[in-house]
Design a protein. Structure first.
Length: 132
């Protein structure tokens, strides 16, 4: 069963930040975040609220894994394709959901590598045109 700890760790990884970054952004003690991520401590309602605001998810999502987006959520997803994807995801069984997540992660990594390759080509092109 997925827990607050797992969801929080996933959000941290997805955003590509360190625990200390989250601590600073939410004005939470870094050791508190560490204890939460290690399953030693349960976050207070105030801390959950700060996490929800920072990651633009609902508190309900952090607690239960349901209703990630809300009209009250400042960063709610409004793109039709993203909403459609979430709706389809929610209709899938857990195995299919995990498959979709793996596919998404692979695609994101592939695009990230392409982006780095493209930017390094752009840098080389700039250098070549500057020296010509």
């Amino acid at each position: 069963m997925e827990t607050i700890t797992k969801r929080l760790a996933d959000l941290i990884a997805l955003k590509g930040i360190k625990n200390t970054d989250l601590a600073k952004a939410t004005e939470t003690n870094a050791s508190t975040i560490s204890r939460i991520l290690n399953g030693i401590q349960t976050p207070t309602a105030d801390t959950l609220y700060k996490f929800a605001q920072y990651f633009d998810v609902t508190m309900e999502y952090l607690l239960t894994g349901k209703n990630i987006i809300s009209n009250n959520c400042t960063g709610a997803i409004t793109e039709p394709n993203e909403l459609k994807l979430i709706a389809h995801y929610r209709q899938m069984n857990i195995v299919d959901q995990e498959d979709i997540l793996l596919i998404a992660e692979m695609k994101a990594k592939k695009n990230k590598r392409k982006g780095k390759a493209m930017s390094s080509h752009s840098e080389n092109d700039k250098l070549t045109s500057e020296t010509a």
